[in-house]
Design a protein around this ligand. Structure first.
Ligand code: UDP
Ligand code: MG
Length: 310
């Protein structure tokens, strides 16, 4: 079975067109399917339209958020309830084409676990969207080592095992391929078509650029820490303590051989500063270890992935 997950936030104009084309594309697949629409606190008529689809077609499931929790949480909800072996995510605004879904699935069946869409000819404004996202894509690919051209495209297909148990915090849906690859998934990218937004308005302004930059730092941090916070932060601790030792030694040697006053020597203060800092880093690393253990004990997530976990 194929599950399609679609976050919806004030998309009343697009929905009827989306529904018609989506169902046509899915019926052509000769497989069972379900569409999960997650209404993310829309204030327009989206919910009623979705309910209408649900009453017409038994393959449609509608989930209704109490308020606007954001696209990431809408996708997370879809992942939680999807029953299919393959899960496809897409936007509701028809910027992605439902007709591209079969190509994603075809690629997945070549032996991949995640297939990500690449909006090769992206039809979005240059300055507010295309340019920042060009930089962001390069930066994510550079910092994480995952070579994709377009992380931001929502049109993606996943095998069930990849997304089960995946925790999506903040606005992390953009970095799903990264999270999946960390889990050991084989990720591929194929070009998909893209269209100008014909119905409704974009839900994101330019402030998104800063959020994405900050998220990249968070991601990069988690990549370095992985499951061993002490290795990273304790590493800084060892370097700092070593520098403190060198500086302290220099202070003493200068006193012995050159009779330079220790209390007036700036190196003494550097020694104290680096000493305290190094000690703090070690403690932080240990706290990180405690947190990491707490997280895994509480979340039932495993630190490893079995190949036959499907
Ligand atoms: N969306 C959502 N909750 C939000 C913002 C957006 O569910 O808080 C949905 C929106 O309805 C659309 C998709 O996420 O289906 C992508 O949003 P949008 O098209 O505005 O993003 P853009 O294409 O401009 O990057
Ligand atoms: Mg859009």
């Amino acid at each position: 079975m194929i599950s399609i997950v679609i976050p919806v936030y004030n998309e009343e104009d697009a929905l009827p067109h989306l529904y018609e084309r989506l169902i046509k594309a899915l019926e052509s697949l000769n497989d069972e399917y379900e569409c999960l629409f997650i209404n993310d606190g829309s204030t327009d008529n989206s919910y009623n339209i979705l309910k209408g689809f649900e009453s017409q077609n038994k393959n449609i499931r509608v989930f209704n958020f109490r308020r606007n929790f954001g696209q990431t949480q809408a996708i997370a909800c879809g992942f939680d309830y999807a029953k299919g072996d393959i899960i496809v995510t897409m936007d509701a605004d028809l910027q992605n084409l439902p007709e591209d879904i079969p190509f994603l699935i075809e690629k997945l069946n070549e032996g991949y676990d995640v297939v990500s869409g690449w909006r090769k000819k992206r039809k979005d404004p240059l300055f507010s969207k295309k340019f920042p996202s060009f930089i962001a894509n390069k930066f994510i690919s550079w910092t994480t080592g995952i070579r994709l051209k377009d992380f931001g495209c929502t049109l993606k297909a996943y095998r069930k095992w990849v997304i089960k148990g995946l925790k999506l915090y903040g606005e992390m849906h953009r970095f799903l391929p990264v999270l999946c690859q960390w889990k050991g998934a084989k990720v591929a990218e194929i070009p998909v078509r893209h269209q100008k937004r014909k119905y409704g308005k974009t839900k994101y302004g330019t402030s998104r650029v800063f959020k994405v930059i900050l998220d990249i730092f968070v991601l990069r941090f988690f990549l370095s820490v992985r499951n061993t916070p002490m290795h990273l932060i304790g590493g800084w601790g060892i370097i700092t303590l070593f520098l403190s030792f060198i500086s302290g030694l220099a202070t003493i040697l200068l006193k012995i051989f050159k009779n330079i006053d220790m209390t007036g020597n700036p190196l003494l203060y550097l020694t104290i500063l680096l000493g305290i800092l190094g000690f703090q880093f070690m403690i932080l690393g240990l706290l990180g270890e405690i947190n990491m253990r707490n997280y895994y004990e509480a979340s039932k997530n495993k630190l490893y992935q079995l190949k036959d976990d499907r």
